[in-house]
Design a binder for this molecule. Structure first.
Ligand code: 4AD
Ligand code: MG
Length: 462
């Protein structure tokens, strides 16, 4: 008999029908009358299925081994449930123990475990309520992201993971080499990358943007959605060394068009997750952060505030707050400043634009004032910056000047510069940090819990 997923049984199976379900035991309770209740979970939805197993059911002889974490296949009849919790339950006709789970050593006990502990058993944590819900929300978010762009005719472009350019110019790249680190090939005291696999110093990419621009300037609106890597040694709740980024890039867009798309994008994805993962969202709202649904509703129902960096600095200066990092025009905004603007001052998402050019990478379009560039950051409550983007510098001469100013040699980026030489167009794009989006929607405090297997300083297990 083919397997039916538990979400299907709970939502649509008719009482009286016979189904087979398979999954892992959450709990078992034995009654004095000689039957048992088993809650079986298969990951298809938040709830497990309640199964009633009578003592005369074939397989009942193994009931003592049906412990938390064991895997089962159960065939039975769908029954209208007596309790108010679920529409239906299953009356077992046959039970097969597929894999035992030693109750003495199985690490997931019924009690609540700390997230720190669960990070150490990341191979088992997706079986918990919280991490099962996060996995489903991540999936729903990915689908909604593709859907948003596909509906608008964007092309999904796969950009390289190994690269020889540093898009963000922040020098946070992981090297990729086949050289023997114990016997490094040197030439004149320097490592001789001519002898390396690629004949050049190669790294893991920090962004797919530069390559996405190539496709935007040929096949039109496009987006990337892939892993990116940053060796920032910051042990914060918002940084990962490996994270996923969504980077749309649009020809003939200016900064206003870019902001409008970013806002529509966040609203679309948040709305779809709330619709499609209502069960998981209810759990997050009850157990992780009791304001999370209200925060998301607020995001859906209001227009994002748009504000220049300069105006933001004025607000922060006048706020009367005590800052850990002092505020001054020209300085980078820290998480405390971003969160003040979006959580306390405006109480909704804020798009900041026109940042000082000294704070931003070479590719952003310079404004006429000579001081600022057409950058935009989208800030949301609890997370701060969730999107960073800009209108791109499409003027060849200005781009070359900016590259030199940022310490880059335009010749190393000749292909990128060529886009300005042959049929240049105004264009813009942005990058959304996928795990920060998951933080926003789930209410989880630490970004390490928003990716299946986190990579951070001193941790790359699993
Ligand atoms: O602001 P960032 O650095 O922008 C770019 O990389 C551009 N190339 C994007 C573009 O215009 N195509 O990064 C974009 C977003 C941030 O807003 C943040 O959400 C996320 O990526 N991000 C991180 N997420 C987790 N861990 C880190 N270490 C992150 N660094 C950036
Ligand atoms: Mg940024």
């Amino acid at each position: 008999m083919s397997r039916t997923r538990i979400n299907h049984v709970l939502q649509t199976s008719e009482p009286g029908s016979i189904v087979n379900v398979r999954g892992w035991v959450r709990t078992r309770r034995d009654s004095k009358q000689g039957f048992s209740f088993v809650e079986l979970y298969d990951g298809s939805c938040f709830s497990g299925l309640q199964i009633v197993v009578d003592a005369n059911v074939p397989g009942y002889e193994h009931i003592k081994e049906v412990t938390t974490g064991a895997s089962l296949s159960v065939t039975g009849e769908v029954k209208a449930s007596q309790g108010a919790k679920q529409r239906v339950e299953l009356l077992a006709q046959k039970l097969e123990l597929l894999g035992k789970a030693d109750a003495e050593t199985y690490p997931l006990q019924k009690k609540q475990h700390s997230f720190e502990f669960l990070r150490e058993i990341a191979h088992l944590r997706p079986r918990t309520n919280t991490f099962g819900a996060i996995a489903r929300v991540r999936n729903a978010a990915s689908a909604a992201i593709h859907e948003f762009f596909q509906e608008r005719g964007f092309n999904y472009v796969q950009t390289p993971i190994i690269t020889t350019s540093d898009c963000e110019g922040a020098g946070q790249m992981f090297s990729v080499t086949t050289m023997d680190l114990h016997k490094l090939a040197k030439s004149g005291g320097e490592v001789d990358f001519n002898q390396d696999f690629f004949g050049k110093h190669a790294s893991l990419t920090v962004s797919g943007q530069l390559e996405a621009e190539i496709f935007a300037c040929s096949v039109g609106d496009c987006y990337t959605f892939g892993p990116t890597f940053r060796a920032e040694n910051s042990n914060t709740t918002r940084h990962l060394a490996e994270f996923w980024m969504v980077e749309p890039e649009m020809p003939f867009y200016d900064l206003d068009d870019n902001m409008a798309l970013a806002e529509a994008f966040i609203k679309h994805v948040v709305g779809r997750i709330m619709e499609r993962r209502a069960d998981d969202m209810q759990f997050f709202n009850e157990r992780i952060d009791t304001t999370v649904i209200a925060t998301l509703r607020n995001i859906l129902d209001h227009e994002f505030i748009r504000l220049s960096y300069t105006e933001a600095i004025e607000i922060l200066e006048k706020s009367g707050q005590k800052w850990e990092y002092p505020i001054a025009w020209g300085g980078d905004l820290q998480s405390e400043h971003e969160r003040f603007l979006t959580e306390q001052h405006f109480k909704q998402p804020v798009i900041l634009f026109n940042y000082p050019r000294t704070l931003k990478p070479f590719y952003m379009r310079c404004n006429e004032d000579g001081k600022t560039v057409r950058a935009m950051d989208v800030l949301v409550p609890r997370v701060g910056e969730i999107i960073g983007g800009s209108q791109r510098e499409e003027r060849l001469d200005v781009l070359e000047l900016r590259m030199k100013e940022c310490g880059l040699n335009p010749a190393d980026y000749w292909w990128y510069v060529d886009l300005r030489r042959y049929g240049t167009v105004p264009h813009a794009g942005f990058g959304l940090g996928f795990e920060r989006l998951i933080q926003l929607v789930t209410g989880m405090v630490n970004i390490r819990d928003c990716i299946p297997f986190h990579r951070v300083p001193k941790s790359a297990d699993f």
